[in-house]
Design a protein around this ligand. Structure first.
Ligand SMILES: [Zn+2]
Length: 101
């Protein structure tokens, strides 16, 4: 992972108060929808291994009628280039930053 992306992720856990609000408002979906995506991927990847693309993510986004291009580019920016990376690279950091809510 390039250094700059890594920093971007580390910053999540350091956000406080207003910054945090602004970060959540800037997301391409609601906090709940993103957490639903993690749950969905967890379930799907238990049955079928990742084939290293975003197929389950895309299915989720289609079913929920979410903004696919925006969500996918947000995932890419944060190191999620396939379904298992979304969980490994993004979910882990996400819960470090937001678990207490
Ligand atoms: Zn993968």
């Amino acid at each position: 992972m390039p250094l700059i992306k890594k920093r971007q992720l580390e910053v999540w856990a350091q956000l406080s108060g207003e910054e945090r609000e602004r970060f959540l408002e800037s997301l391409p979906a609601t906090k709940e929808q993103i957490e639903d995506l993690f749950d969905y991927l967890d379930r799907r990847l238990q049955d079928e291994p990742c084939v290293h693309n975003l197929r389950f993510t895309m299915q989720f986004l289609m079913e929920r009628r979410l903004d696919m291009p925006r969500v996918m580019s947000w995932l890419n920016e944060n190191g999620g280039y396939c379904d298992c990376e979304v969980l490994q690279n993004i979910e882990t950091k996400w819960f470090e930053a937001f678990a207490e809510e």
